[in-house]
Write a protein that binds this ligand. Structure first.
Ligand code: GCU
Length: 669
């Protein structure tokens, strides 16, 4: 009866220790539900289902606790009493007095409180005198699906789209609900169901009806549905001659379309837009700005509670320009020009979801505009669904980066959560790694990345280790030694990947598929889609000079940040080649030459995958056999591919460097 990974972190297997079960059961003799709404009903049902599995008994749901004690009471507190004052709209409070009270201002808050309580039990914590208040730090917490009408997923590595467009709306797959509960358990409250490279078909009546059927399922879990739009839709499906955002007929088309969407989906969340980016049309085609385009959509949404998420992922096909600078150059001058319903969605780094990037210089530099963080959960540049790369350390590294825009401590997280500039419209989006594979993410370990994104969108102060601990305990095993071994593996996995893939600040050694090593790739339809554009290897050295002698992209950061990176003698090694063209024989801060240091990373990176394999073997007795075998297989492929990466880089760079491979590495594998 092997586990196929379908249940994710919501396994709810019977707690083996009977004494522990009894203790929990004493505090969970009934579930009292006061108030009634579909989401509250969901909350009570989820609690009942979870406890049924964990405790092995059915806990009755009753309408009112009356004088009874020893149960769990779910309540809405719409009156602003002392306790509720510390809660925001989706926060919850859990307290044990004579009963365990889970209370919140909204039904969604109660639902999140229920999942928090279950997480407590799943991770073996005591409920005795539990007292816990938690508020999400960010208001819109979304997954972005890059899913197409034909069922494919752009950059998806776990099968086909979850959405069965050919069957919808009449047939509603039960998996949509399972998807919703997994997200709700993390506090994710919105989902964009279609690709940012959007088909105009999502604006047709045919598709609005299909997505409305999905929204009907998601609603009971507090999840709102959003759509990516194709900017010229008024032309392509509306029959207009233009999509110019300042034309009255275009405005009217979008207003009417928005009205039709809200008729079908009353809690529709809004639009996500990729415009004038990578060939996608947009307002600039009509001599208009991003602000003109975004504001036109915001006006269409004015009568409703919806927002526009306009992406800042733009760059031009100019071989002389530095792509690093492009988004800042286009967007920062527009600060203050956006309608208040507009959020600018910024990728974590200035290029494109690389295994390690400095934070985007846009963060902190648009104080009048809410900025949303866009992370990529799907492993487009991180070995697809084969390589084990736990992303929480990457997410944290960016969120904890200091922009210094209002002095020390002005972290990216404080920009995103609105506290630095006082935005109240705040958002975080994660490009999903889910698909039709039974285990949702292809690699069972990649479930941890979905989990980590959701937890950090709720609370960016959680540590990567705490998140790993929760996920491992709920998803794989609670045997303490194995838990520790897997956490250790996960926490090191991203640096291991970086070491054999893009060490010392290298980036983007790929062609279009973004999978195999191709640092030599020098031809493409666009100069900035070659690998050599990024690493700049030549006989003098390696790396992209972004200081004053080069593109001076560093000038987009505050002086304190520039100081960290602009001196080749002191720049931290993980960022070195992001900012400097470094001679091959230059002695680095640790005494090694650049060439030797690169070799150390490539070789030890590949060796470390071996180490991960050895760690994984040790946990075999503690994890499900099917999951064990699945991950073991992927790790062995990862090892093969890490060697492939190592050798490709070393053999490609060596003729430039004209240096021998350092002696310790010259042994056969
Ligand atoms: C990357 C990715 C594309 C995607 C784009 C985006 O470049 O490779 O597939 O469309 O990002 O985020 O818009």
């Amino acid at each position: 009866n092997a586990d196929d990974g379908y249940r994710l972190w919501l396994k709810y297997d019977l707690i083996r220790d009977a004494a522990k079960r009894t203790t929990y059961a004493q505090s969970a003799q009934f579930i009292a539900l006061t108030g009634n709404s579909p989401i509250l009903q969901t909350a009570a049902n989820e609690l009942q289902t979870g406890l049924q599995g964990l405790l092995g008994k059915t806990i009755p749901i009753i309408a009112n606790a009356g004088n009874r004690t020893g149960g769990i009471v779910l309540t809405l507190r719409n009156t602003p009493d002392a306790g509720a004052g510390t809660l925001n709209d989706e926060g919850y409070q859990i307290e044990q007095r004579s009963n365990i009270q889970i209370s919140a201002k909204t039904d969604r808050g109660v639902l999140y409180g229920v999942f928090a309580l279950l997480r407590y039990v799943q991770t073996g914590q005591s409920l005795h005198r539990i007292t816990l208040t938690s508020n999400p730090k960010v208001r819109y917490r979304l997954l972005n699906h890059w899913d197409n009408t034909n069922g494919t997923i752009e950059r998806g590595y776990a099968g086909e789209s979850l959405w069965k467009w050919f069957e919808l709306p009449a047939t509603v797959d039960s998996r949509y609900r399972d998807y919703a509960r997994a997200n709700a358990s993390l506090g994710i409250n919105g989902t964009v169901v279609n690709n940012v490279n959007a088909s105009a078909r999502f604006m047709t009546d045919e598709y609005i009806e299909k997505v409305a059927a999905l929204a009907n399922v998601f609603r009971n879990y507090g999840i709102r549905l959003y759509l990516s739009i194709y900017f010229p839709a008024p032309k392509t499906i509306g029959g207009l001659k233009t999509a110019d955002p300042l034309e009255p007929e275009v405005k009217k088309w979008w207003a009417d379309k928005t009205k039709a969407i809200y008729k079908a989906i009353p809690d529709f969340g809004g639009f996500l837009v990729k415009a004038n980016s990578e060939g996608e049309p947009g307002p600039q085609d009509y001599g208009r700005t991003h602000a003109d385009g975004a504001n036109m959509l915001a006006e269409a949404l004015a009568p409703y509670d919806g927002v526009v998420m306009w992406r800042a992922f733009v760059y031009k096909a100019d071989p002389k320009a530095d792509r690093f600078k492009a988004a800042y150059e286009e967007f920062v001058p527009l600060d203050g020009k956006f309608n208040k319903k507009v959020i600018i969605q910024v990728k974590n780094g200035p290029i494109d979801f690389q295994p390690r990037e400095p934070f985007s210089p846009i963060f902190g530099n648009m104080p009048q505009t809410p900025l949303s963080m866009e992370f990529q959960i799907t492993q487009e540049y991180m070995g697809f669904a084969t390589h084990t790369v736990f992303e929480a350390p990457l997410f944290k590294e960016c969120l904890d980066s200091d922009t210094f825009v209002k002095g020390k401590g002005s972290t990216v997280a404080k920009v995103v959560d609105g506290s630095l500039h006082g935005y109240n419209v705040t958002a975080m989006a994660g490009v999903a790694n889910t698909g039709s594979d039974r285990n949702w993410t292809g690699n069972p370990m990649a479930q941890a990345n979905w989990y980590a994104f959701g937890r950090l969108a709720w609370d960016h102060t959680l540590s990567a280790e705490a998140i790993a601990r929760e996920w491992v305990t709920m998803s794989l095993t609670s045997e303490p030694k194995s838990v520790q071994t897997i956490i250790n593996m996960l926490l090191k996995s991203r640096d291991i990947y970086v070491a054999y893939n893009t060490p010392l600040g290298l980036s983007r050694p790929w062609t279009g598929a973004h999978f195999a090593p191709e640092p030599w790739q020098n031809r493409s339809s666009r100069p900035d889609w070659t690998a050599i554009y990024y690493h700049r290897a030549d006989s003098a050295g390696l790396g992209f000079d972004r200081t004053t002698t080069g593109s001076n992209a560093l000038a987009q950061y505050r002086p304190e940040v520039q100081q960290q990176w602009n001196n080749v003698e002191t720049c931290p090694l993980p960022y070195l080649l992001w900012f400097h063209h470094v001679p091959w024989t230059k002695k680095l801060t640790n005494g090694r030459t650049l060439w030797d240091e690169l070799c150390v990373h490539f070789y030890s990176g590949a060796d470390s995958v071996r180490w991960m394999q050895q760690q994984w073997v040790q946990v075999k007795p503690a994890v499900d056999p099917a999951i064990f075998a699945d991950v073991a297989g992927r790790l062995s492929t990862q090892y093969k591919e890490a060697i492939w990466w190592r050798d490709a880089w070393v053999l490609y760079l060596q003729p430039f460097a004209r240096q021998p491979i350092p002696a310790p590495f010259k042994k056969p594998d």
